[in-house]
Design a protein. Structure first.
Length: 261
């Protein structure tokens, strides 16, 4: 029997999702003749119901992911019926703000569960590094967490938060949230490693390395006393950059051409 990649036990593996199924559901557009989400890879763009799955985790670990992160995060991300996290921030005075950036104390907002947000984020980053996933174009590039993959796996099983690791949780800054998501990708950072991913209304950034600047360490959504959560226009530019980069090589399928004309 194959090993579960999280607990490393010989157990029956489930059909695990890379991004949770509830994320895909929020990307559907019922107004279109084909309501399925538009998937953009570096090779092709098409509308599809196919999700990124593989046999990776046992049922116990799947339930752990759901209980400690996914259930709360997916219920509170941006949805057509509302965006509870953004609404909670709008009703709260930020610690500091300017026209493009604000940050808040999630520790002072009882309706925001930062532990769930952090756990969910690290579970997705770990999945991107621990397994080679396939989409409609074949094997995905994924990310490589190197020596940080194992401490993150241990954290997901209940160990302490990994050293030299910073997680930054950001909320979409405008009321009109773009219904989009992308899997973890590598960003640019001097002397350390940076990765980010997006689900509707929420961006997560992971920084790892000994040379993370102290100012960024102090902003960690897990380690800071205020459990900081951010609301920044940078989330919009990060999203634009991610999809613009894919669009430079992605071929639009005939079916999608028909939808977008």
């Amino acid at each position: 029997m194959p090993l579960c990649k999280l607990c490393k036990q010989d157990r029956e593996l489930q059909e695990s999702h890379f991004l949770p199924a509830a994320v895909y559901a929020q990307l559907r557009d019922p107004a279109q003749q084909n309501p399925n989400p538009v998937l953009i890879t570096s090779q092709i763009s098409l509308s599809t119901s196919k999700q990124i799955t593989d046999r990776v985790l046992c049922d116990e670990c799947e339930q752990r992911f759901s209980r400690l992160g996914e259930t709360w995060v997916l219920a509170n991300m941006a949805r057509p019926e509302g965006f509870p996290i953004q609404e909670a921030l709008a009703a709260t005075a930020p610690i500091a703000a300017n026209e493009s950036f604000a940050y808040y104390s999630s520790a002072a907002i009882s309706t925001i569960k930062m532990d769930a947000l952090v756990y969910f984020a690290l579970s997705i980053f770990w999945r991107a590094s621990a397994h080679r996933w396939r989409n409609v174009s074949g094997f995905m590039e994924g990310i490589d967490l190197g020596p940080f993959e194992e401490p993150i796996r241990c954290f997901l099983l209940g160990d302490r938060f990994p050293a030299d690791t910073v997680i930054l949780v950001s909320c979409w800054p405008t009321r009109d949230v773009v219904p989009a998501a992308y899997t973890p990708r590598r960003g640019r950072a001097p002397g350390y490693h940076c990765f980010n991913f997006l689900i509707p209304g929420l961006e997560f950034k992971l920084l790892v390395g000994r040379q993370i600047p102290e100012i960024l360490r102090a902003m960690c959504s897990h380690a800071s006393a205020d459990k900081l959560i951010f609301c920044a226009m940078l989330v919009v530019s990060d999203t634009t950059e991610a999809f613009t980069k894919l669009a430079t090589t992605s071929r639009v399928s005939k079916g999608l051409q028909g939808i977008t004309k």
